[in-house]
Design a binder for this molecule. Sequence first.
Ligand code: ADP
Ligand code: MG
Length: 234
Amino acid sequence: MKPVIAVSGLRKTYGSGETAVHALRGVDLVVQPGEYVAIMGASGSGKSTLLNMLGCLDMPTAGGYRLDGFSVAELNERQLALLRNRKIGFIFQSFNLVPRTNALSNVELPLVYSGLRRGPRRRRALAALELVGLSDRAKHLPNELSGGQQQRVAVARALVTGPALLLADEPTGNLDRASTEDVLGVFDRINAQGRTIVVITHEDEVAKHAHRVVRVSDGLIVSDEVRRRVGALA
Ligand code: ADP
Ligand code: MG
């Protein structure tokens, strides 16, 4: 099986000389299709830096990264943007929905540049909204939705392109307990359908849902615990 993520000797240094910050100091990580991985660690341990590398949002100082078989280092900016668009669905703490644009149009947005016509675009966006349990909110604006609902719209938007990887940075950081459970329920469902998920979090609540927990400390992976194999029953 081709790994979704294959990272080796990944390093990231911000700045140089005496003020250099070694945010990642040699990270090796392989994530197989269908895995649900939580990356945990204290504030400042390098989680967001790692996410930026995994998401091709920033380039490492050293080390290799293959995303769904593609070697990231060999790509130019344009190819990288394309790879990111095709392979990764991002979910952020702050939802990042477009205001004054309804839920359906928000979900449709990543498909606008895909060359897909309006009809099929709509149908795929509606299917993604249905997957997160929000078919009945398609015409609502973000500010007419609860935080949990807004984040589910963001999940639908991340899924609509059929990405190889769902990458989430503190997705429940702005949510209350009930909304957190809603969003985690959606993650469970889409992972059960085979979607690969990597979620960065400092909440045990979130990590409990993942099948594998990777702990980062001071720019290094210090533990990697598999709780449940891909495809194993809960
Ligand atoms: P976490 O997400 O786990 O809180 P980060 O990856 O944000 O950790 O940060 C890891 C280290 O790198 C910290 O010491 C932080 O101050 C530093 N850092 C992060 N981003 C930058 C940047 N753009 N420039 C300089 N230092 C940074
Ligand atoms: Mg962070």
